[in-house]
Design a protein around this ligand. Sequence first.
Ligand code: NAD
Length: 380
Amino acid sequence: MKLGVVMNGVTGRMGYRQHLVRSVLAIREQGGVELADGTRVELEPMLVGRNADKLRDIARRHGLENWTTDLDTALSDSDYPVYFDAQLTQAREKSLIAAMDAERHVYTEKPTAETLEGALDLARRAEAAGVKNGVVHDKLYLPGLLKLKRLIDSGFFGRILSVRGEFGYWVFEGDWQSAQRPSWNYRAEDGGGIVLDMFCHWSYVLENLFGRVESVTAKAVTHVPERYDERGEKYAATADDSAYGIFELAGGIIAQINSSWCVRVNRDELVEFQVDGTHGSAVAGLHGCKIQPRVATPKPVWNPDLAQNEPFREQWQEVPDNAEFDNGFKAQWEQFIRHVVDDEPNHYDFMAGARGLRVAEAGLQSSREGRRIELGELTL
Ligand SMILES: NC(=O)c1ccc[n+]([C@@H]2O[C@H](COP(=O)([O-])OP(=O)(O)OC[C@H]3O[C@@H](n4cnc5c(N)ncnc54)[C@H](O)[C@@H]3O)[C@@H](O)[C@H]2O)c1
């Protein structure tokens, strides 16, 4: 069978590379998504965006026929029952609402909205419209985090005590070298900010691997107050570009995650999580994951008078792949399509998206008020 998918925001970084090329077009190349009964669903994208020239160019490059600059036209075509959104965050809510009003199933990049209230409204509307809904949870599908999940499931850690995450890299200011992220990311008035961007990820990573976030204590700052945009013009960076957070999780695990676009990388990967448990520890990145079990743990003695010559980093063991890992965005697309067509369960829905927004809002509130924010159960 064929399934039409309206794709909005395909001229953007994520929309083009991860969702169109690496997911939907890759699924077409492999002959569709396989369902439980062995039949396959072929995806037929309709590209939506603001710029006709860019859409025409993408369509031509990939041999696609259907594109439009008018969302309503796309949403009125019953051959396209699924709507996907990778627009900049600020444009998302309105388009998702339009799609649900047209009774389309909805799949979206995170964050689902700019505020918790907006995210909950989306979840309520999805429930009322009876449409399938999903939010990108890409980090969970990364090889490094899949290996971490494998370790957790095996009982390797014993009792998990803490998680320390380090995310970030230097994003150029845009004057003498162009910035490698869009300028709206650095303007609060345009839906930017690292807390809004990354705490949504941390919410689902933590809740799916370790336990739901029960409280947030954070400090969000703007370390670089002026940047240069895509046209080389100076602008005020009004959004936070770094955040230092502590997350207390259900079950008592303490997670501490630094998120920053103002750090230089002295790690193996752009994000790394160290997990320490009574029986062993692990450090997982996007791809790799290394472990140190209790029985192979060295016994350092604090003595600042002596130079340290224990090769600590070499005392860890790499976890083997033992599987082939598909692109995470594509793997989740396939799951969502099976959810739509085959009713396969999907836990990564708009409520999960709303929990992400709640963690982000709590982070900003904690920073503003200088206090720890407790989170209760979130309901529709
Ligand atoms: N899952 C992830 O790992 C991940 C990573 C980066 C970004 N994202 C999310 O994906 C979304 C897109 O981010 P991106 O980095 O691809 O951004 P981008 O700036 O590269 O792309 C934004 C897209 O939105 C479109 N758009 C619609 N209305 C617009 C407007 N009024 N002004 C400007 N652009 C408009 C643009 O044409 C473009 O197609 C964001 O919501 C972001 O939070 C997710």
